[in-house]
Design a binder for this molecule. Structure first.
Ligand code: CA
Length: 332
């Protein structure tokens, strides 16, 4: 019998497959979790030039895993909080040559240095020679990296704080640059700590202070809204998101209660709060992707609302996520 050339038949089959794939992809999937192609956790957010950049840890544990497997961070960006561009891995844990691995929670800041926008990436990793977890800082001239270790050594090591003897009490960096240019770093597990950063952003400017917070677990995050400072964090275990407010970046802090409830499929939760196109949002993680769990989490976002007195309304987790919010002049 006469047949079409094999390549033609393959091409036809491929075209049909693509058509089916396109059709079946037509009904819009729920917005949350944001990245169905991989497990992600510990979001950090930067809004830059009308675009949102979302940095996450990449959970690579197998389905029956009993611990975190996290080797790299990933970065995604969006012009509308609905369509996300995957920029791959801006950095891996072992890019800090003094680290043993473990790409845990990070945060991001932008500062103009010598007239040039510079992006500072603060990240938790396990130290290779100083027992315990450490915080490193890396820089790039692009928000999507690649980021390079800015010091060749850790910014914070476990032996610099001794309030607890656990190995992971100096994790989860949160960086905030105040209106006067002073940069602050909050971090910690079990005990919340704070230090000022020098203008270089790569050195501490003073001592590490302890911030007394009842029931504090981890994931501190500082943001400012209409003149008030908001210090949010995870409390208890399993964790829920709570926050405090204050008149300055260092308080004094008034507890304001819980804004997001515990997850059902993972004991952790980790927030980043940001403003984009005149609206406020919270990024967080749960474990709601198929196959998800404690070590296979997934990042999501919700709109966040302030009441007239400046308090944050409780935020239910949704599959729908926020309405699209297209950024003028931002494309792709
Ligand atoms: Ca310590």
């Amino acid at each position: 019998m006469t047949a079409f050339p094999l390549t033609f038949r393959l091409a036809t089959a491929l075209a049909a497959t693509l058509a089916i794939a396109t059709l079946s992809a037509t009904p819009a999937r729920a917005a949350n979790p944001l990245f169905p192609q991989l497990y992600t956790a510990d979001p950090a957010v930067l809004v830059d030039n009308g675009r949102v950049y979302l940095y996450v840890g990449h959970d690579e544990a197998p389905p029956d895993g009993k611990d975190f497997v996290m080797n790299e961070w990933r970065v995604f960006s969006s012009c509308d909080l609905r369509h996300w561009t995957d920029h791959g891995a801006p950095m891996k844990a072992l890019d800090f040559r003094w680290a043993k691995g473990r790409a845990w929670a990070s945060d991001i800041a932008r500062r103009v240095v010598d007239g040039k926008p510079t992006y500072f990436f603060y990240a938790t990793v396990e130290h290779a020679t100083i027992p315990g977890f450490a915080v490193g800082v890396a820089t790039s001239d692009s928000p999507t990296g690649p980021f390079k270790d800015a010091r060749g050594s850790a910014l914070i090591t476990n032996d610099m704080t001794r309030q607890t003897d656990i190995a992971w009490d100096d994790i989860d960096p949160a960086v905030f640059i105040d209106d006067d240019g002073q940069a602050h770093l909050y971090f910690g597990n079990t005990v919340l700590k704070h230090a000022r950063l020098k203008a270089s952003m790569t050195e501490l400017a003073g001592p590490i202070d302890v911030v007394p917070v009842k029931d504090f677990t981890e994931a501190s995050y500082l943001h400012k809204h209409r003149g008030t400072y908001y210090l949010s964090y995870s409390q208890h275990f399993p964790e829920e998101t709570a926050y405090m407010t204050g008149p300055s970046a260092t308080g004094p802090w008034t507890p304001r209660g819980v804004i997001m409830a515990k997850n059902t499929r993972t004991p952790t939760i980790h927030q980043a709060i940001f403003e984009f196109n005149g609206r406020s949002y919270i990024a967080y993680h749960n474990a709601d992707l198929p196959g998800g769990g404690e070590f296979r989490r997934s990042v999501a976002i919700e709109e966040l609302h302030y009441d007239a007195d400046g308090t944050i309304r409780f935020i239910p987790q949704t599959e729908a996520g926020p309405a699209p919010n297209p950024s003028p002049g931002c494309a792709g």
